[in-house]
Design a protein around this ligand. Structure first.
Ligand code: NAD
Length: 481
């Protein structure tokens, strides 16, 4: 059985106490690897090495850090098929997605921040006649990057890259559910010549090691992506130590469809925004609001298109729906379905697990599911399901659509489908979401601020926002009179 190692002080090492967690291949429901169950002993040596590396790393030139990060990106690129295969085996997502989304996006994150550091600038403010202020943006020190399982390498690199180019040293903790590509990533860092201690990847559970990282006073900031409940726990612990936190959390995102939209494009994209990555994307649309004049047509066509999705072995190029990441998450989605049924709502399709024949017969698969008549007062309406499930609702007016979109505690992302410019602008302005797409979904540009309002997070990542987060501003005022 393959044993994953921690990456500490430039080396791949076993956890001090030699304790491990089972890692499952969700498409066959079997353990295929072991992941370190690290604890504070492992953190102690990682911190020692990161603190030692920091003084040198922070004083390296921007060009040096750019080159190293680019070399890491190139290492992934050289082994992209290996990375994609590992992501699919670990997570259950279709191999096409790993090849075309996860791994290219991970490479893009590294390349983007490598070039950003070269183009980075800080502010200067001139006061007429007497003074000039300029602002230094220094690295913070040793920072933590804690990532989830839905885009394992993509979300890990999205945090690590800006932290490193800004001159910080990093303690990263990938999800214990999907640790494999982080392990391959540590090998890429060694090959690329990343100086020892600059990045340390410690594997383990949230409670066993994540919590220890957050509470350690030597960690100056925590960048976290994961569930809202976990985010609140982290925020509480970090705020008592006056630590900087960036929290990218859950969503219950609305898709608002007006009768005048480009119907064909909307339908195609709404299938993706509901079921891509088995619905396990924080940006997925779990609430679809359709203008009443096209509700019946949409319902018919949407169900027809969802039925065409091919669920099966994620390693087959023909599958566009793979397995659910873990037994625990699979059970959680099925219990959500039970509650939806108890509430008297109707599944237009799905609402069940899916049996696959052959090699994947013990895997964790769930049918794409569409709900109608879900009571908006029910917990299921308010909670994130984070699976291949969405629900349909009618609206009449713009005002009603806005009110419906805003009525949950989440505020991550929304899509608006209309060909009317003023409707698009008015609705985009009035809805309370950090990311709003008009006639699109998940159309990404790495320069833009990314993150949610309300229970969906705190702060923004992406582009310059991440570089600001991973730095401490120091303003210097010069009186030249
Ligand atoms: P999770 O909160 O269970 O775990 C995320 C990470 O935090 C894991 O590495 C986990 O080990 C660690 N962790 C857990 N408890 C911890 C603690 N007390 N202290 C420190 N670390 C701890 O989330 P998950 O199940 O891995 O991911 C799914 C969730 O992530 C969904 O809610 C989804 O919406 C959200 N998500 C949000 C975004 C975004 O950008 N907003 C992106 C992807 C996923």
């Amino acid at each position: 059985m393959k044993k994953i190692k921690n990456y500490i002080n430039g080396k791949l090492i076993h956890p001090e106490k030699s304790q491990y967690i089972d890692v499952y291949n969700p498409s066959i429901g079997e353990v295929y690897a072991l992941c370190p169950k690290s604890d504070e002993h492992d953190l102690k040596i990682a911190l020692k090495s990161a603190k030692k590396a920091f003084n040198k790393w922070k004083n390296t030139s921007n060009e040096y850090r750019r080159d190293i990060v680019l070399r890491i990106a190139n290492e992934i690129e050289k082994n992209k098929d290996k990375f994609a295969l590992a992501e699919t085996i670990d997570n259950g997502k279709p191999i096409n997605d790993s090849k075309n989304i996860d791994i290219p996006r991970s490479i893009d994150n590294l390349k983007f921040y490598a070039s950003s550091i070269i183009n980075n600038s800080s502010e200067s403010h001139s006061s007429p006649n007497n003074a000039i202020n300029y602002t230094l943006r220094d690295p913070l020190g040793v920072v933590a990057c804690i990532s989830p399982w839905n885009y394992p390498l993509h979300l890990l690199t999205w945090k690590i890259a800006p932290a490193l180019v800004m001159g910080n040293c990093v303690i990263a903790k990938p999800s214990e559910v999907t640790p494999m590509t982080a392990y391959l990533f540590s090998k890429a860092c060694i090959k690329a010549g990343l100086p020892k201690g600059v990045l340390n990847i410690i594997h383990g559970t949230g409670e066993g090691i994540g919590d220890k990282i957050v509470k350690n006073p030597n960690i100056k900031a925590v960048s976290f992506t994961g569930g809202t409940k976990t985010g609140k726990i982290i925020n509480k612990a970090a705020s008592s130590l006056l630590k900087k936190v960036s929290l990218e959390l859950g969503g219950k995102n609305p898709i608002i469809i007006f009768e005048d939209c480009n119907y064909k494009e909307m339908l195609k994209t709404t299938i993706r925004s509901s079921f891509a990555n088995q619905g396990q994307i924080c940006l997925c649309g779990e609430r679809i609001f359709i203008q009443d004049s096209i509700y019946d047509k949409f319902k018919r066509d949407f169900v027809k298109e969802a039925k065409k999705l091919k669920i099966g072995d994620p390693l087959k190029l023909t599958s566009n729906q793979g397995a659910i990441v873990s037994k625990q998450h699979y059970d959680k989605i099925l219990s959500y379905f039970d509650r939806v049924k108890e509430n008297g709502a109707k599944f237009l399709i799905g609402g069940n697990s899916k049996k696959i024949t052959g090699k994947c017969s013990n895997g964790w698969f769930i049918e794409p599911s569409i709900i109608e008549n879900l009571e908006r007062s029910s917990e299921c309406y308010k909670q994130e399901a984070f699976g291949p499930v969405t629900s349909l609702y009618k609206f009449k007016s713009k005002k009603e659509a806005i009110d419906l979109a805003n009525e949950t505690e989440y505020g991550l992302s929304a899509s608006i489908w209309t060909s009317d410019l003023s409707t698009a602008h008015q609705v985009a302005k009035m809805i309370e979401f950090g990311i709003v797409w008009v006639n699109a979904w998940n159309l990404r540009d790495l320069r833009t601020p990314f993150g949610g309002m309300k229970d969906s997070g705190l702060g923004r990542e992406g582009g310059r926002e991440s570089m600001l987060f991973f730095s401490e501003p120091k303003n210097i005022c010069i009186n030249y009179n």
